[in-house]
Design a protein around this ligand. Sequence first.
Ligand code: ZN
Length: 485
Amino acid sequence: MTRTILPRSSRFPILPWRKFSSLTGPRSAARAISTATRDPRTKMRTWELDEQHLSKIRVNPTRLIDELHYTCQWGTGQRWGKADSETGMSRLALSDADKLARDWFVDTTKSLGCKISVDAMGNTFAIRPGREDGPPTCAGSHLDTQPSGGRYDGILGILAGVEMLKVLSENRVETAFPVGVVNWTNEEGARFPISMVSSGVWAGEIPLDRAHGLKEVGGGSHTMKSELERIGYLGSLPASYEAMPLAAHFELHIEQGPILETEKQKIGIVKGVQAYRWYTVEVDGQEAHTGTTPFNSRADALLAAARMICTSHTAAADHGALASTGILTLSPGSVNTIPGKVTFSLDIRAPTDHILDKLEEHLKSDFDFIVSTESTHGLGLAVSWQTDSVSPAIHFHDDCISTVRASANAILGDDKLSREMVSGAGHDSVYASRRCPTSMIFVPSRNGISHNPKEYTSPEDCAIGADVLLQSVLRYDRLRFARKV
Ligand SMILES: [Zn+2]
């Protein structure tokens, strides 16, 4: 764990404000109009903004990326290039480095006029008041990383949220209702082994005691509760959507896959999260001597399992789904004995539950066929399935999806530069979506890589994503005002 201690006076420097005129291109032109022609004493009110004015409120791209790299001094990971920012991150949840990043989050958002609430899972809500009271429209993500992670997964979502607060503050924007940013604790599940655990507790889906009792991986004695206490983030607010309701949750996140980059698109409008199911498949055959048992007298459990794994790949491709095997065990595990028993994990994923139903049916029938045919010399082979986990597809809220779509169109000016997507990975937005309208915004990941020190999203793409996040929150606030909800 790298711990950098800076003198208090330089820990949270105010980054120099880049004047709009120092920027180039259409982005700066839009910015110049939005500020130069406005009386600085006049507040912008979201509910009075027409489309033309709203679409010109943008983030400061240089400040966003400078601040992102600034916060990566806490938990800096493996170096992969020569530039200062060319390292990964190793900021495990509730470590000393995580505490310093959290302290930065609290100090910065407080200085922007936010009220801070910390709940019993350390989830930290920075809320900026609106004209009326009510639950906040929040941008949310996470500051923790994998032990060998990158600078963008989760971090970009929080930094873009903080940049949003700065833009609102300096432009004296008044929102109809409160808006804010939430940092969810231990999203990665890398140190305390349940991912998205704290948004899960907030949503009422994971019991608080179970989460508090989680021990750190690697045999250490620390628990989530003891580490929350140690770093001073065991809040008094109950970790619950009832104690801290959200009006909506928008999460900017790197795609963590190759689609946007391959298609040369800038924004993924995330409509939901794909469904997945995990199984353990057991194939029983008969152990026999490899030298004395002819092929036509064998019940080779591994040969059958190998055919099943190949079949699962082809069938999933036919259904527009994914199938993967990550664990394979065979017994007895001897060079000269034909395996009598094999178990393997099977992970299948698809955009809808219906596709998974069809794929599961297809695979069960194919696996039965494999054990019954001579192609596997199927003398006395049997297959059985155990379902280990079922996670239904999640469809985010239509209001939030259309808000993100409108924002992406306003920023990009061309709907061919964005696409609708389903997330292949879980995020805090999954749990948030159980309790409030939610959607996500994806930006391209270079080479589709994440959970890797070389994870990278260009400064331009980070800024586009942050602009879409900012405008989504403002548009949603305007929508709330129009509906009075
Ligand atoms: Zn993440």
